[in-house]
Design a protein around this ligand. Structure first.
Ligand SMILES: Nc1ncnc2c1ncn2[C@@H]1O[C@H](COP(=O)(O)OP(=O)(O)OP(=O)(O)O)[C@@H](O)[C@H]1O
Length: 593
């Protein structure tokens, strides 16, 4: 460095730092409880590293607006205090033990106490030195250190004085709730002390991590945690993620958009309730409690870091789910059937990507069909030819018109359902499984009986009326007889119709849209029923005005029956026609002039 250059030290604006922590990094001011529990736990783990038989404990004492977190862990020497407590971002938790067993790693956790307390007082006695130190950290970034009388026991006390605004967070009930929330999985006893009473609130042995716990114990625990009486429970394990846990089967249908709440712990400390990157979407039928020693937290310690360990763990967890379902199929078919009947969406989306599951559960999987909800086993038994449609609009139409046909049509509109059917097709080469569109059904209606030119003329006349609706006429024979006409439009025919009506409206893109108009063959069809009495009569009507009104009414009526949206022009035509009928109907009753 040249003589005229000086080197300066970065300064940290403590107030800004605390604001950053409280407003942007941590989602709640209660995280100071998590950080204190974590530091106490880590200090005990370090002491246990030296003496494995050592039994650690954490005690929280309430003293008015003062809270004292005390552990009997490794403690700090005066040098440690300067080195680790007083330098932000400095942590003693480095090395093999830290990677494997310690929770803290960033060296910022203690700062979270300054969100709720003006100062942090630490009184500590190290395992390594016969001295005790008091360190006082202030919110303005300064700190004091002094030697104090030797504390009677090795360990550390952190003393906080509630800021006015956060007094309620220091109340016993509140602290207890937060300790149970963050620390329920910690392998350490935690007691609360107020005046003369001591209450042990955690014993360090959570039921769900105990391999001896029975299914009943686990279900009971799940009910307490999630306030739900679950259908069943199974264990989760991953070697890569050094993960153990339990998965509870939700007893009711789960909306795919609803948030999936779990309880995720890292090194036995609560991390978050979301596991979106750890559990695939098809596992949405469970709520999990999971602890991992190998997954990594993000710096806010509120979500999981997406790394290769996480990806591998995700695969291993998926295997646990599959193993559970496989075992159920051999040991408890009743529960399996219940799960499939409630959560078939998820089991089906798993089957769509997993051939083994597909083969195993194929017969149980339910499908929505025009003949009602049916399992694939039932479908296979009763039909050799199976049809499906991947469009919900098409399915709705087909359901209405294919009933009389006795054809079986599956609604395959869910995103994974087409993949599933493709897979079924590959696995069942003896079955005929085909895609179907509404127009295919139309082709199968019985042809009209043609005696003379009446039908031909009727179709021409009706076409002239229907042209403005972007629709063409046809005459067939179908059941039920009292249905006058059916409107049939494939998905692409409907979009042509919409483009057509847009291009005729005052739309700035109208001229461009015209180029996209589809040809004649995708035009929607109004199929009249020759077997219907009214249709028979319309065919022989002479009056052009009345004919037009009748065709318009039948057209709009068919749209309504099919559940289609009706545009303004269609509604106006319908109203005009109705008006004409009323006048006509009244004409013979009006007084003669
Ligand atoms: N109860 C305690 N007993 C012994 N040492 C402690 C205790 N609390 C804090 N320390 C020391 O202070 C350091 C800083 O603590 P802090 O909570 O800020 O960060 P950390 O725990 O290292 O990491 P993280 O930010 O991930 O929590 C720790 O690394 C540790 O050396």
């Amino acid at each position: 460095m040249e003589d005229n250059q000086k080197q300066y030290q970065f300064q940290v604006n403590m107030k800004g730092m605390i604001e950053l922590l409280s407003e942007h990094i941590y989602s709640s001011p209660t995280v100071f409880i998590r950080e204190l529990l974590q530091n106490g736990m880590d200090a005990v783990t370090m002491r246990k590293g030296i003496d494995p038989t050592f039994i650690g404990q954490i005690t929280v004492t309430f003293n008015g607006d003062q809270l004292i977190f005390q552990d009997n862990g490794i403690g700090l020497t005066q040098d440690d205090v300067h080195q680790f407590l007083s330098v932000i971002g400095q942590s003693s938790k480095r090395g093999e033990l830290a990677d494997k067993d310690l929770i803290g790693k960033f060296g910022i956790g203690l700062l979270s106490c300054l969100v709720v307390s003006e100062t942090i007082v630490v009184e500590t006695r190290s395992l390594y030195k016969e001295e005790s130190v008091r360190w006082i950290g202030h919110a303005d970034g300064t700190y004091d250190v002094e030697q104090i009388d030797l504390l009677p026991e090795i360990g550390t006390k952190v003393i906080l004085n509630a800021k006015r605004a956060w007094r309620t967070l220091f109340k016993k009930s509140e602290v207890k709730e937060n300790i149970l929330f963050y620390g329920s999985a910690l392998p350490i006893a935690v007691s609360l002390v107020e005046e003369d009473t001591t209450e042990l609130i955690l014993d360090g042995n959570p039921v769900w991590l105990d391999p001896e716990s029975s299914k009943e114990d686990l279900l009971h625990y799940g009910k307490e945690v999630f306030k739900t009486k679950f259908l069943d429970v199974f264990r989760l394990e991953s070697t890569t993620g050094e993960l153990q846990g339990v998965a509870y089967i939700i007893p009711n249908k789960v909306n795919s958009s609803s948030t999936k709440e779990h309880k995720i712990f890292l090194k036995r400390m609560y991390l978050c309730d979301q596991a979106t990157n750890l559990l695939p979407e098809w596992t949405s039928f469970v709520r999990c409690i999971i602890n991992s020693n190998a997954l990594q937290p993000t710096a806010s310690r509120e979500s999981l870091m997406n790394n290769t360990v996480l990806q591998e763990t995700k695969k291993e967890l998926s295997e646990c789910f599959k193993d559970y379902l496989k075992t159920l199929s051999l040991t408890n078919i009743d529960v399996l059937e219940k799960i499939i009947s409630i959560h078939h969406i998820y089991i089906k989306s798993l089957a769509a990507i997993d051939t083994e599951i597909m083969k195993m559960f194929e017969d149980y999987l339910p499908f929505e069909t025009n003949q009602g909800l049916m399992s694939f086993g039932m479908i296979k038994e009763s039909y050799r030819e199976i049809y499906y449609t991947p469009s919900l609009d098409d399915y709705r139409q087909i359901r209405r018109i294919a009933g009389s046909q006795k054809k079986l049509v599956i609604n395959a509109a869910y995103s994974y359902e087409t993949d599933l059917i493709d897979k079924i097709k590959r696995l069942n080469s003896d079955l005929i499984i085909e895609k179907i569109a509404p127009n295919d059904i139309l082709q199968e209606f019985e042809a009209a009986i043609v005696k003379d030119d009446t039908i031909h003329e009727f179709v021409n006349k009706a076409n002239a009326v229907l042209k403005k609706h972007y629709c063409k006429a046809e005459v067939k024979r179908f059941e039920p007889k009292d249905t006058t006409a059916i409107y049939i439009a494939n998905e692409d025919a409907l979009s042509s119709k919409n483009i057509q009506s847009l291009s005729e409206s005052a739309n700035p893109f109208a001229s461009t849209l015209k180029h996209f108009k589809k040809q004649e063959e995708v035009m929607p069809t109004l199929c009249f029923n020759q077997q219907n009495e009214l249709v028979e009569k319309i065919m022989v009507i002479d009056d052009q005005e009345l004919f037009e009104a009748l065709i318009n009414v039948l057209y709009v009526q068919s749209l309504m029956l099919g559940g289609y949206t009706i545009n303004k022009r269609e509604m106006d035509t319908f109203n005009d026609a109705l008006y004409q009928f009323m006048i006509l109907g009244m004409s013979s009753f009006l007084p003669k002039i």
